[in-house]
Ligand binder design. Structure first.
Ligand SMILES: C[S@@+](CC[C@H](N)C(=O)[O-])C[C@H]1O[C@@H](n2cnc3c(N)ncnc32)[C@H](O)[C@@H]1O
Length: 240
C-alpha cells in the first residue's frame, strides 16, 4: 500500500499527521461542516444506530479528534466512553465540547496511538473510528490493536471516505475533492497541505471490499461494508 503523508518530509507519517491535525484543529469542525455540507453528522448517527441492539456499556472512540463520534455515542447511554488520539490540539477542542455538553463524567479523552494502545485487552463492548483508519501509519497494526482491546463478541464500526465507483459521481467527487476542498481548506485552515493530503489519502486507502478483506484476514468476524451517499463514504462493521 502506498504511504501518503501530509507534508512529505523525513518525519514519520504519524508525526506529520499529528502535526497537521494540531495545525487545523481550530478550524476542523467548521471546515467539516462546510465541506461536507453537514452530511458527516448523519453518517456518524447512522454508525451509532447500528450499535443500539448491542447495548454497549464500554465504548472506545479511536482517533476521536474533536470528539464528535464519542459525543454521538453518549446517546447509547453507556457507562464509559474513552476517546484516544495522537493530536492533543484536536482533543483540546473535544474536551471543551464535552464540558459544554456536561458529559465529562461519561467521556474522557486521552493521548493514545491506535498502533500502540496501552488499554486493557478484551475490555470494550464497542469501538468506533471516524475518518481515522486512513491516517494510521500502519493500518494493520492499528486494527490488530483495536481487536486486542475489544471484548470477544464486541463490535467494531469504522466510518471512512471511499472512492465512488459510478463514473459520473466519481468525476464530480474528484473535482470537488481535488479542486474545491483544497481551495477552501487553504483559505480557512492556513495549512496548504492538509486539504490536499485528504483526497490523496482517500485515493490510496484500501476501501470497500479491500478493507473488508483486511478485517477478515486479521481475524475479525462477520466483516461487511455499506456504502453511503453514492459511495463517497462507507461504514465497515465487524465483530471479535
Ligand atoms: C479526520 S480526524 C477524525 C476525527 C473524528 N474521529 C471525526 O469523526 O471527526 C482524524 C484523527 O485521527 C487521528 N489519528 C491519526 N492517526 C492516529 C493514530 N495512529 N492513533 C490515534 N489517532 C490517530 C488524528 O490525530 C485526527 O485527530
Amino acid at each position: 500500500m502506498k504511504i501518503v503523508t501530509p507534508y512529505q518530509t523525513e518525519e514519520s507519517k504519524k508525526e506529520q499527521v499529528a502535526q497537521m491535525f494540531d495545525n487545523i484543529a481550530y478550524r476542523y469542525d467548521f471546515l467539516n461542516s462546510l465541506l461536507s455540507l453537514g452530511i458527516h453528522k448523519g453518517w456518524r448517527k447512522k454508525c451509532v444506530k447500528l450499535l443500539i441492539p448491542h447495548k454497549p456499556k464500554t465504548i472506545l472512540d479511536v482517533a476521536t479528534g474533536t470528539a464528535d463520534f464519542a459525543m454521538e455515542c453518549a446517546k447509547l447511554k453507556p457507562k464509559q466512553i474513552i476517546g484516544v488520539d495522537i493530536s492533543e490540539g484536536m482533543m483540546k477542542f473535544g474536551r471543551e465540547k464535552i464540558k459544554k455538553a456536561q458529559l465529562e463524567k461519561l467521556i474522557t479523552l486521552e493521548y493514545g496511538d491506535a498502533e500502540t494502545l496501552t488499554l486493557a485487552s478484551d475490555y470494550f463492548d464497542a469501538i468506533v473510528v471516524g475518518f481515522g483508519v486512513r491516517n494510521f501509519e500502519n493500518l494493520e497494526k492499528g486494527l490488530v490493536n483495536l481487536k486486542r482491546v475489544l471484548k470477544p463478541g464486541g463490535k467494531l464500526v469504522v466510518l471512512e471516505f471511499s472512492n465512488p465507483r459510478n463514473g459520473f459521481i466519481k468525476s464530480l467527487y474528484y473535482f470537488y475533492f481535488n479542486k474545491v476542498t483544497p481551495f477552501i481548506g487553504r483559505i480557512f485552515s492556513k495549512d496548504v497541505r492538509a486539504y490536499t493530503y485528504l483526497p490523496e489519502s482517500v485515493k490510496a486507502f484500501p476501501d470497500n471490499e479491500k478493507f473488508v478483506e483486511i478485517l477478515d484476514r486479521l481475524g475479525f468476524k462477520d466483516a461487511a461494508y455499506q456504502s453511503l451517499s453514492f459511495g463517497i463514504a462507507a461504514i465497515y462493521r465487524a465483530s471479535k
